[in-house]
Design a protein around this ligand. Structure first.
Ligand SMILES: [Zn+2]
Length: 197
């Protein structure tokens, strides 16, 4: 039986998405065999992330800066806000290199089942940003799941009274598709062909 420290490492690794107890044991062994090449740098990176990465108070992005580098970048177009479900969606949009506006990270989607309401997604903050005179467009880049579409419609309704365009990614985003799983070309095409809601 592995010692207490190793058991603890395995138990924590097993909580990562996509890793069960079996792959957690393999990962732990892999790391322990590569102490200097991998385990120590990983431990340092985890420590750095834990102490330095914060959530941007404006958009919800993760960065060591608050406001994040995207919100602080004066070269980006502040008149367009792209609403994404989570930071993975933001990264997916950034990978396309085709979006030069700013973001709002929801941190989830509305869900009756999971008890996620509008107040959990920072929608007041989004509405406030969307109401600012500089804002011209809000793009809803939310996955085509049932909850994602419910959320997109809810947001579109809330923003309907504002004098801005509210658009959604074009079809081509497969049903149930989450942005992070799409290739960059598909996201880019869906962004260019976005439709008004
Ligand atoms: Zn930000």
């Amino acid at each position: 039986m592995p010692g207490q420290e190793v058991e603890r490492l395995i138990a924590l690794l097993a909580r990562l998405p996509g890793l069960g107890p079996r792959s957690a044991r393999r990962a732990a062994l892999f790391l322990l065999k590569r102490r200097e090449a991998l385990l120590q740098p990983l431990a340092a990176a985890l420590h750095e992330a834990a102490t330095q990465v914060k959530t941007c108070g404006i958009c919800g992005n993760l960065d060591s800066l608050d406001p994040c580098a995207i919100c602080a970048d004066g070269a980006r177009d502040g008149s367009i806000i792209c609403v994404v479900e989570d930071v993975a969606g933001l990264w997916a949009m950034e990978r396309t290199g085709q979006f030069k506006g700013r973001y709002h990270v929801l941190g989830g989607v509305l869900s009756m089942l999971d008890g996620v309401g509008p107040e959990d997604l920072g929608l007041d903050r989004l509405q406030e940003r969307a109401s600012q005179p500089a804002t011209r467009e809000v793009i809803l880049a939310i996955g085509a799941t049932v909850d994602g579409q419910t959320t997109a419609h809810y947001i579109a309704d809330r923003l309907a009274s504002l004098e801005i365009s509210v658009s959604g990614l074009a079809q081509g985003v497969p049903i149930g598709g989450e942005l992070d799983f799409l290739d960059d070309g598909t996201i880019g095409a869906a962004l260019r062909a976005r439709r008004l809601l």
